[in-house]
Design a protein around this ligand. Structure first.
Ligand SMILES: Cc1ncc(COP(=O)(O)O)c(C=O)c1O
Length: 437
């Protein structure tokens, strides 16, 4: 097994038998900050933002934009980076709004999602000046209208539409996602009905449609199929209600490499392909070209990140299994437990040794499902004290972390050029019991 195949992220390299992320010896970071530790490469995040922004500008000129889906990873420094890069943000809770506000983000460049915004959430979002609310249902639409009217304003909104595309089987099962908990389906007539309602409400300004068909999508045809359905719907709305939407947000979802088996996606090529398709389709339908937005999360931050752990034990169960236990687990990375997600793990203390032992890398929680990754190869010399890295953990790891078993969440260290700095502190035990009365 050639280790270079496993350097699945562009910012990783091996020098003198040690793993580097950008200009940083990763083991040295474990020594300085301790483990478990999230490491995130700010330069890589900026690079990914630039790729999207440049591609959208090339494809759509000023009639388009990029919102970072901050559910992928949310803390103040991330919002500062997005602000600096000229990105919009997608937020899904008052907590994400509050964090972005605290970071000084211009909330007029934020879009607020969620399939259940309480009245309090809506009032808070409006009072913080959130630019667009993506409306999930008729109940929510009426609530936003009432609250906006009470506050003496007109609120820009998107309607979240379910185009009926299953990202993994879309050609065979074109209606696969109509039963999603999100949005209003075109197929059932609910998308037309909610559009019609939105146009009657005085405190609502309907500016666009939003859709998001899924995540970890590698097939570019999915986006063409989605755009096609949405543009057909825009045409239908124009014909039925004499109303033309000015924006179409195609959501996020582009895939990233978790293992060497995953392909790598050329974002620029994908966006240019979508743009060509959309322009042709708009021309053939005879509708106005909407401004096109994308909302990537994972593909902005995932491969900027890795997580470092210290090995506590190697347990061999003869004839059965080998377990490598580390000092983190489902509390800092629940994705295998939730979705059987694949990951690449490397023993950084023995990077040049043969990976000759099949094992499961497991966490420290009282839960047999606390598995970071089953069936990976590590050197059979793996021992207590070794440092193990789990790659591609920049998305949906810190943001999904929990305190199960009262395990404190790890800090986030960010890398910028030759510098490293703490972006999120290690949670202390005081943080854990501060809310207890
Ligand atoms: C509405 C919406 N937009 C964007 C995203 C981001 O998706 P991804 O991180 O796969 O790019 C999600 C993910 O769930 C989403 O629900």
């Amino acid at each position: 097994m050639n280790i270079t195949n496993d350097l699945i992220c562009q910012n990783l390299s091996i020098r003198d038998g040690r793993l580097y992320m950008g200009e940083h010896d990763v083991m040295a970071l474990a020594r300085i900050y301790g483990t478990p530790l999230y490491v995130m490469d700010e330069d890589r995040i900026r690079d990914r933002c630039r790729t999207y922004l440049d591609a959208v500008r090339e494809a759509f000129g000023t009639q388009g934009g990029v919102y970072y889906a901050s559910k992928a990873c949310s803390f103040k420094q991330i919002y500062r980076i997005m602000s600096d890069m000229g990105m919009g943000i997608d937020v899904v809770s008052p907590g994400e709004i509050a964090t972005a506000v605290k970071a000084g983000f211009d909330m007029s460049k934020a879009c607020y999602h969620s399939n259940n915004k309480t009245d309090e959430d809506i009032r808070y979002a409006l009072s913080m000046g959130v630019g667009v609310l993506a409306v999930d249902s008729e109940d929510e639409l009426r609530a936003i209208s009432t609250i906006a009217s009470d506050m003496g304003r007109v609120q820009d909104i998107y309607l979240r539409i379910t185009p009926g595309i299953d990202p993994h089987t879309y050609s065979a099962v074109a209606t696969g996602k109509v039963d999603s908990k999100f949005g209003s389906a075109i197929e059932t007539g609910q998308a037309m009905a909610i559009t019609s309602l939105a146009l009657t409400l005085p405190s609502i300004n309907l500016i666009g449609y939003h859709c998001h068909v899924g995540s970890q999508v590698f097939d570019s045809e999915v986006y063409l199929a989605t755009a096609g359905v949405m543009l057909d719907f825009i045409k239908e709305v124009k014909d039925t209600l004499s109303y033309t939407i000015s924006r179409l947000d195609l959501g996020g979802g582009y895939g990233v490499r978790y293992t060497s088996l995953d392909p790598s996606i050329d974002i620029r090529q994908n966006i240019l392909k979508v743009a060509t398709f959309i322009k042709d389709k708009v021309a053939s339908l005879g509708i106005d070209m909407p401004a096109i937005y994308f909302e990537p999360g994972r593909s902005i931050v995932a491969d900027s990140g890795l997580t470092l752990y210290t090995v506590g034990s190697l347990k061999r169960i003869p004839g059965y299994k080998n377990y490598v236990s580390v000092d983190g687990g489902m509390t800092d990375n629940p994705r295998y437990a939730l979705y059987s997600s694949r990951y690449t793990l490397l023993n950084l203390s023995r990077l040049t040794q043969d990976r000759d032992m099949l094992c499961s890398v497991v966490g420290r929680c009282c839960e047999s499902g606390d598995i970071i990754q089953p069936d990976v190869y590590m050197p059979s010399t793996t021992s207590r004290g070794d440092i193990v890295a789990c790659l591609t953990t920049g998305a949906y790891n810190y943001s999904m972390a929990s305190n199960y078993n009262r395990v404190a969440r790890p800090p986030v260290v960010m890398l910028r050029g030759n510098e490293h700095y703490l972006a999120v502190k290690r949670e202390s035990w005081d943080c854990l019991h501060d809310l207890d009365v």
